[in-house]
Design a protein around this ligand. Structure first.
Ligand code: SF4
Ligand code: SF4
Length: 259
């Protein structure tokens, strides 16, 4: 009988939300269980099966020297590597330190900063090793995750679309909060995946799925200013869970220079 592909799930700096999304796929994972072997997933099981692994799913960002060494070993032990969520694909909320002085943070937050061992920046996994696919979201979308796992098992490309939340809004017939109410909304530059959660409740999108493919962030930022958003708030809008995603980082820095 053919060997089942080995799946491993790894954690770096993160809140564990994306691993919980993997766990909450239990029905779908049970269906896949006769096709894959879950070889390493410490949040789900203490069983550890040695690599190499056919597919590694990686949650979290790189924030310590130890992380930076560990991700190299994981890459070397993995045939394919997929990053899960805002931390692994864009540094996560912890990447807000990338725009500040980490030494100042340490001195304010910790009574004994000397005990803390950390890098100055929180960075995406792709800044350290080759990544075969980045799955966005904070947290990730379960159906997109299952599609990605199936794609790598069967040697095909994932079918996760790269378009914006805006496109989904139009398809669902949700009234545009920006056009109808002048609410600043990140939907035009944000990656699909949430099912239009915030605009469905008459709220602007705040970009938790990170940038869509080829986003026009400069144009959207100009629209926010025209709607009356103060420049500092435009900077903050591009700096949240995905602040180190290149498109959002560049725009927040451009807006900061203009303020
Ligand atoms: S509400 Fe936001 S996501 Fe929806 S169409 Fe308007 S700008 Fe786009
Ligand atoms: S609308 Fe935007 S902020 Fe809200 S869940 Fe979707 S991607 Fe995240």
């Amino acid at each position: 009988m053919a060997r089942k592909p080995k799946l491993a799930v790894w954690k770096f700096a993160s809140c564990d939300g994306c691993q919980l999304s993997v766990l909450s796929c239990e029905d779908e994972l049970l269906t896949l269980a006769n096709q894959i072997e879950i070889a390493y997933f410490r949040e789900a099981s203490s069983t550890v099966i040695k690599g190499p692994y056919d597919l590694s799913l990686v949650e979290g960002s790189i924030t310590t020297e130890h992380d930076a060494e560990r991700i190299q070993k994981i890459r070397n032990a993995s045939r394919s590597l997929v990053t899960l969520g805002a931390c692994a694909t864009a540094g996560g909320i912890q990447a807000l330190r990338n725009f500040a002085d980490i030494k100042e943070f340490l001195s304010i937050v910790y009574a004994k900063p000397g005990y803390i061992s950390t890098l100055e920046k929180s960075t995406a996994i792709a800044a350290h090793v080759k990544v075969d696919f980045e799955l966005r979201g904070c947290p990730i979308n379960k159906s997109q995750l299952i599609d990605v796992i199936k794609a790598f098992i069967h040697g095909r490309a994932p079918t996760v679309p790269p378009h914006s939340v805006c496109l989904d809004c139009k398809r669902k017939g949700v009234v545009c909060v920006m056009v109808a109410r002048g609410v600043a909304c990140m939907g035009p530059v944000t990656h699909t995946g949430c099912g239009v959660l915030c605009p469905s409740y008459a709220r602007g999108c705040y970009g938790c799925f990170g940038p869509k493919e080829n986003p026009n962030t400069a144009s959207l930022a100009d629209w926010f200013i025209r709607l009356g958003t103060v420049r500092d708030d435009v900077v903050r809008t591009f700096r949240n869970f995905n602040s180190d995603a290149p498109a959002f980082r560049v725009e927040s820095e451009r807006q900061q220079k203009l303020s």
